[in-house]
Design a protein around this ligand. Sequence first.
Ligand code: PGA
Length: 233
Amino acid sequence: MKKLIIANWKLNPTTLKDAQKLAASISVKAKNKVVLCPPTIYLSQIDYPNLGAQDCFWNEKGPHTGQTSPAQLKDLGVKYCIVGHSEKRETGDTDEMVNGKVKACLAQKITPVLCVGFGTTVEQDDLEVTDVLKSQLDINLSGADASKVIVAYEPVWAISSGDPYATKKVATPEHAETISIFIKNKYNVSAVLYGGSANVRNAKEFLAGRNVGGLLVGGASLIAKDFNEIINM
Ligand code: PGA
């Protein structure tokens, strides 16, 4: 079955030329569906079938210095937008703000990739994790059509170890599957992805999970050779 693999380039690379080079090296005929999320400033100049943004604002237009709206993303042909990433929550995004972003994306027919998982630690068991997720998702999805939302479960302790081949700080595929089932059953979302140090060595096991709809890949998506392998698993 086709899964969805989303590349979150975060604040990389530092030149447009390198961004275009990286995009050009990613297969457009992969076995799985692929979305590239480059930095916003490069979006209009990256040629790839499915593009996503890494964040957006909740208002369409107006006096909001430095923001980018889903309406503007839509105009560029962007189809997906990550919202609620833990790195944005860390710098001030509240659950209510994330909810505004989800609804603003849906209003423009952009698929929100709603990241949840902030606040959990490696020591927490599945029950504690689902409590945190429930408190996030209840607010993040309030008043939104969940069936049009993709959720990315990213345990914060597993994100961006900085080492694309990390072995110590990664969730187990069983944990990803358990949490995916919990989210799907409770919220009727379109799919649940796993994210957090997914790489060429562990991706296959995550993708084998029946309820894991794909992966949100950070560090490993910057290594074209590895990412091409992941999207063809
Ligand atoms: P990582 O990032 O794969 O580098 O851990 C994933 C993410 O934060 O989306």
